[in-house]
Design a binder for this molecule. Structure first.
Ligand code: PGA
Length: 250
C-alpha cells in the first residue's frame, strides 16, 4: 500500500485575532519542528496573512475556511480562490457542516468550488458527514455517497488524489462525542471504496477524520489503516494540544 503522508489540520472557525494567531504559531512551531506530517492551519480570513508570514520556511501550510466559486464579481462579502492564492494560502476547507447548516452551502455550489480551487492551485479539503438521525437510521453510506458524487461531479478521476477528504460526522463535531476508531475506520474505508469506483487513485487520497479529536484520542484514531489524519476544531485552539495531536500522527 502506498505511504500517505499524514495530514493534520487546525480548523480555528471564528476564533483568534491577528495577535492571537501570531502567538499560536510562535508557540507551535518549535513543538512540531521534527514532524514529517503535513500540518495545516485554517485561520479566519483576517488572520491568514499573520500565519502565512510566520510559517515561511517551515512545513506548515495555510488554508482558508471557505471561498466563492467565481474568480471575481458582484458577490458582497465573498472571497475568491485567486485572492487566497495571492496571499500565499495553499488550501481551502470546503463544505464544512457548519457552512452547510448555517450558511446554506449547497452541493451545487460545492460542485463548482472544488474544481475552482483546483484550477487556482489550492488544495481543497472537502468535508462530508452524516447527521445523528441519519446514522441512527442507518443511512450514513447513502448520505456520504450522495455528497461525494454531487460535490466531485466535475473533478476528473485522475485529479481526485489532489483533493483531501474530511469525514466529519455532524454528531461528533464540538460535542465531545467522538466516533469510535472502528466506526471512523469503517466509514472512511467505505469512502475510499467509493472514490475507487469513481475512478480515483484511491490509495493516494488523504482521508481525515474530524469530530472531537483531542490529544487523548488522536493516536488511536490515526492508527487505523484508512485514517490519514485529522481535522481538529476545539483542540486546535491551544498550541500544546494541537502539537500533541500532530505528534500522535507519528
Ligand atoms: P471539533 O470540530 O474538533 O471541535 O469537534 C471539528 C470540526 O468542526 O472541524
Amino acid at each position: 500500500m502506498p505511504e500517505r503522508t499524514p495530514y493534520i489540520a487546525a480548523n480555528w472557525k471564528m476564533h483568534k485575532s491577528v495577535a492571537e494567531a501570531g502567538q499560536f504559531v510562535d508557540a507551535l512551531l518549535p513543538q512540531i519542528a521534527a514532524t514529517q506530517s503535513d500540518v495545516v492551519i485554517c485561520p479566519p480570513f483576517t488572520a491568514l496573512t499573520a500565519v502565512v508570514e510566520r510559517r515561511y520556511g517551515t512545513a506548515v501550510k495555510v488554508a482558508a475556511q471557505n471561498m466563492h466559486e467565481e474568480d471575481s464579481g458582484a458577490f458582497t462579502g465573498e472571497v475568491s480562490a485567486p485572492m487566497l492564492v495571492e496571499l500565499d494560502v495553499e488550501a481551502v476547507v470546503l463544505g464544512h457542516s457548519e457552512r452547510r447548516q448555517f450558511f446554506g452551502e449547497t452541493d451545487e455550489a460545492l460542485a463548482r468550488k472544488v474544481p475552482a480551487a483546483l484550477a487556482a492551485g489550492l488544495e481543497p479539503i472537502l468535508c462530508i458527514g452524516e447527521s445523528e438521525e441519519a446514522r441512527d437510521a442507518e443511512q450514513t453510506e447513502g448520505i456520504l455517497e450522495r455528497q461525494l458524487q454531487a460535490d466531485l461531479v466535475d473533478v476528473d478521476g485522475a485529479r481526485l488524489s489532489e483533493v483531501v477528504i474530511a469525514y466529519e460526522p455532524i454528531w461528533a463535531i464540538g460535542t465531545g462525542r467522538t466516533a469510535t476508531p472502528e466506526q471512523a475506520q469503517e466509514t472512511i474505508a467505505f469512502i475510499r471504496d467509493m472514490l475507487r469506483e469513481r475512478g480515483a487513485p484511491a490509495e493516494d487520497v488523504r482521508i481525515l477524520y474530524g469530530g472531537s479529536v483531542k490529544p487523548a484520542n488522536a493516536a488511536e484514531l490515526m492508527a487505523q489503516p484508512d485514517i490519514d489524519g485529522a481535522l481538529v476544531g476545539g483542540a486546535s485552539l491551544d498550541a500544546a494540544d494541537f502539537a500533541a495531536i500532530v505528534k500522535a500522527a507519528g
